[in-house]
Every structure is written in C-alpha cells, then in structure tokens.
Write a protein that binds this ligand. Sequence first.
Ligand SMILES: Cc1ncc(COP(=O)(O)O)c(C=O)c1O
Length: 379
Amino acid sequence: MIHQRLFNVYNSIPIELIKGSGFHLFDENGQRYLDFYGGHAVVSIGHLHSHYIKALQDQINKITFYSNYVNISNQERLSELLCDVSGYEDYKLFLCNSGTESIENALKIASFHNRKKKIIAFKGSFHGRTSGSTSITDNTKILAPFNSKHEVVFLNYKDLLSVEKELRKRNVCALITEGIQGISGIIDPGDFFLREIQNMCRYYETVFILDEIQSGYGRTGDFFAHQRSGVNPDLISLAKGMGNGFPIGGVLINPKFEEFNGMLGSTFGGNYLACVAAISVLEVIKNENLLKNVKIIGEELLKHLQDIPHIEEIRGRGFMIGLRFNFPVKKLIEVLINQEKVFVGFSYDPYVLRLFPPLNLTKDNVKLFIKKLVRSLES
Ligand SMILES: Cc1ncc(COP(=O)(O)O)c(C=O)c1O
C-alpha cells in the first residue's frame, strides 16, 4: 500500500484492523480474521487478554513514564519472574525496547567482556536492522555501506568444521545463532549442532549468544527453543512475545559478565508500562500453563497438518511452524487472508509459509484453521 507522507518501506496488505480479541482480529467492516501469525510472532497470550489489559490499565492510572533516573521496582519483579519461568535463575536482565536493541546490547556485552570484535553468524540468519544486528544478518539488501564495517564471518548453518576452523584463530568475540532460524524458513539447528557449538565456544573462550527473539517465550513449548538441547548460552536475546505487542526487549546475562555504571543504557528501556506488560505475560504463561498447552495443542496441529497433501515438509515445533509446499506459497497466502480470513506469514523461502498462533490456542481453533487451509488448497 502506498502512502503519501510515510516513508514507504513496508509491503503491507490493505486491511485496517480495528479490534483484536483472543485468537481473532476484526477489520473496519466487522470482518473477523483468525490470527495464526501474531503480527510477526509477537502476540503470545492472545489479543486483549483480560489480565494483560487490567495490568496496563492499572499502571496507566498511576504513572506512565519516568526514565532510569529513578528506581523502577517492577524491573526487579520482572527479572525475578523471568528467571523463575525460564529456569535461568542466576542470570541477570538488561531491558531495552526491541529485538534489534537486544542484539546490539548482547554484542556489546560480549565485546566489553573479552575486548574482541569479530562475530561468527550463520547464513540464513536474521538478527535485526540497526548497525551491528544488520551486519550479522545474512541479507545484503538491508545492509547500508555504513553498516558494513563490522568484522563478521558468515558460515554455513550447521557446518561444525568451519566453526571450529574459525574459532581456532582465537580472535572471535562471539558466535550468534537463532534458537530456530525464522525468516529463512523455520530451520531447526538440531540438538547436536547447538551442543557442539557451545562446547567449542567454551573451549575457545568465545561468547555464545542465542537469539531467541522469535523462537523464545514459549513458542516451541519450551520457554526457549534451545532448552530442548540442554545448552546454556552466555547471553540470550529476547523481544517479540515478551510484551504481547507492547514494545520491550531484553538480554538475559550469565553472572560471569561484569557490569559497570554507564556500560549500557536506554531512555525507554524498562519503563513502567513495558514492565507491567511483560510481567503480566509471564504471569499468564505460568498461571495458564501455556508451555504445556503449546506442547499438547502443537501435537494436535501437527497431526492434522500431516494429513494434508501438498505439504512436503513440516518444520519447527509447537507454535513456531513452517510449512513447505510443493509450489510457491504467495497465492496460497493471499487466498488464506482474502478468502478464508486467516492471517499467516511468508518467509524468505518462497515455498514456506509460517504459523505463529497465540500460545493459548485451543483445539477448536486448530480445527478451524485446518478447515480453512484445506479449503484454500482446493480453491
Ligand atoms: C530472530 C530475530 N532476531 C531479531 C529480530 C529483530 O527484532 P525487532 O524487529 O524487534 O528489532 C527479529 C525480528 O523479526 C527476529 O526474528
């Protein structure tokens, strides 16, 4: 859609949403859409969850903003709850406002720690759009010359030999990988690869960073996708599902990293509203047992998807699913949105569409989605 006064960088669909409720969205004509995309994997506990809305409303009636010039005790509450729900009990939290900021700060923490600057990233990666995070993203189209000066090596995904070859030079600050590669088409690194790169990073004293911005916050049925593999990264980047749509990001930091006054900072990071949004998301994940729900309903979704012809491969797990079809999916996505009124997402692989339903999805809505998908494939 072309706007007159906006810098037109988005290829958005011409739908104006005016309301959300649970798994559904409504446009200006009252048309209902089933949301299996969550606005780029952001909506974790559904639209307008009552606990989330109440927490934000209560906070709005008290104080909406002051900076880190003062003590904001909900930051401490959020970090305690996050460490509890995620199982990273001795880690510390730095709060910022988005995924790309989380990545920038993780890179800085790593570089302050070992005073090095070379980063290993993988082909197919996406880590954000600010300077450092663009430079470690495998997409030259979004790399301005200004961002191209960082020292970055892109290795083939899952190629352990080339990782070791690079680490052996002992000049690598950090290695970064996504919990599951998202935009490149939902590609799971596998347990063996994650364990081996962790071992190598430890041996060669390179910081091991996990980008869980898309794959974290319960998406896969584990709090973080990497937890199935039993690895413990040094730094974990968070955003997206963390605030259910309220902008917030963070870095979970192993206690071995030492902070100093002024090392990192953000005007908006950890603000009152972001903190209550994030606290209420974690409370809902915990109180409604949503990790278990993702596992159970995820199995149900998988069972139905396996019966659908044309799907060549089902990728990912839980509610981070990539469907690889035996034809390019552009048309199918259009039919799903325009005729069947269901939101799904594209990927950089023209044959793969992505699904990110809310973590509290029900069986009935799985069935509804499958019905719509089957009908779209028949049309
Ligand atoms: C894996 C991953 N990392 C980083 C980012 C950047 O997050 P943000 O758009 O909040 O800056 C994204 C966003 O899509 C992502 O999927």
